[in-house]
Write a protein that binds this ligand. Structure first.
Ligand code: GLU
Length: 330
């Protein structure tokens, strides 16, 4: 019994289409990343970073090497790919903010946290006094300095040193990372007193949202100086993808949602469309993307754009989101 071409052709075409679609599927998602691909992307990103500027208001940050760039991708299954200057350590700055929120949700619960801070986005800068005045001293979300200073004030501990240390140890344990306090950075932060942050902290105290503004501000400055390397940063991201404690998934969901609406300063809404991944950046050039169910993308590259986001970090996140189809809105 023989098969003629008319019976075999449709079967062959069907198999060809199926195999092609399986291969296409395998090429998307964070698991599809490989070392060679990542190295190519790092080179592309390095060509972009000269469009950015270093921040000037913290002396050590203004002396960073603008050519530095590091990236680490970690999947939920434990696959790790790294590229660029992977040995560098850098302060987390504002990238600590989602983790203060997560720590407090896990340790104190939603009521205590949302008595202290809101979940509303803003189009104003992260340290806007106008916004805080319009809100009558209410810190409208945890990624603003007002919100982060208010949350810093309820971290367990009786002094700023204790509060920061408790957070550091908790994160190191839960995220399996090695954060340390960068004392030199802290001295540099304190060397040019940040008048705006002082005003924010005192308004919060006047409006009754914090008790002792000096301790709250000192705690905030310390936690911003918790330092990580690029693999630590990806580990922190994984904490929000695969939280280890019972009931923590629900808290991680809140944190990731807030990262999507408020994680990239005034540009948050734009990058929710362009990248579609919950992200948080910091003035040191940190950029963390958390891909729900898949893993974390950690980037570090000091030059910033006009909104204060790392140029290299944004470039890599946009590229990866597009090439690997990572947007949560897919
Ligand atoms: N320490 C910085 C500040 O409050 C952190 C800001 C940031 O990373 O955006 O100004």
């Amino acid at each position: 019994m023989g098969h003629n071409l008319t019976t075999l052709l449709p079967i062959a075409t069907f198999l060809f289409i199926e195999i092609k679609s399986i291969m296409n599927k395998a090429k998307t998602g964070l698991e599809a990343i490989n070392q060679k691909q990542l190295e190519t992307w790092v080179l592309l990103a390095k060509n972009r970073i000269n469009f950015g500027r270093l921040p000037q208001y913290i002396p050590i940050l203004s002396e960073a090497n603008p050519g530095w760039l590091a990236v680490s991708i970690q999947t939920v299954s434990g696959q790790i790919c790294t590229g660029g200057n992977v040995d560098l350590k850098f302060p987390l700055m504002s990238a600590i903010k989602p983790f203060v929120l997560f720590n407090l949700l896990c340790e104190l619960g939603e009521d205590a946290v949302f008595k202290t801070v809101g979940i509303e986005p803003t189009e104003k800068p992260y340290n806007s006094l106008i916004q805080l005045e319009e809100d009558k001293g209410w810190p409208r979300n945890p990624t603003l300095n007002s919100g982060a200073i208010a949350l810093a004030s309820i971290l367990p501990g009786s002094s700023a040193i204790e509060k920061c240390e408790q957070l550091r140890l908790w994160l190191n344990k839960q995220a399996n990372c090695q954060l340390s306090l960068d004392e030199l950075m802290l001295t540099s932060v304190k060397s040019l007193p940040n008048q705006r942050n002082r005003t924010i902290a005192s308004i919060l105290a006047e409006s009754g949202y914090i008790k002792n503004w000096e301790i709250a501000l000192d705690t905030y400055e310390r936690i911003c100086c918790l330092s990580a390397n690029i693999v630590d940063l990806a580990n922190l991201g994984i904490l929000l993808v695969k939280p280890p404690g019972p009931g923590w998934q629900e808290y991680a969901l809140i944190v990731k949602a807030l990262m999507s609406t408020c994680g990239l300063y005034e540009a948050s809404a734009r990058y929710a469309v362009k990248i579609g991944i919950p992200c948080k950046s910091g003035v040191s050039g940190v950029m963390l993307g958390v891909v729900p169910g898949e893993g974390a993308i950690a980037c570090y590259s000091p030059p910033l754009d006009k909104e204060g986001n790392s140029v290299g970090g944004l470039f890599l996140l946009e590229l990866m989101s597009r090439e690997l189809k990572l947007s949560v809105f897919n």
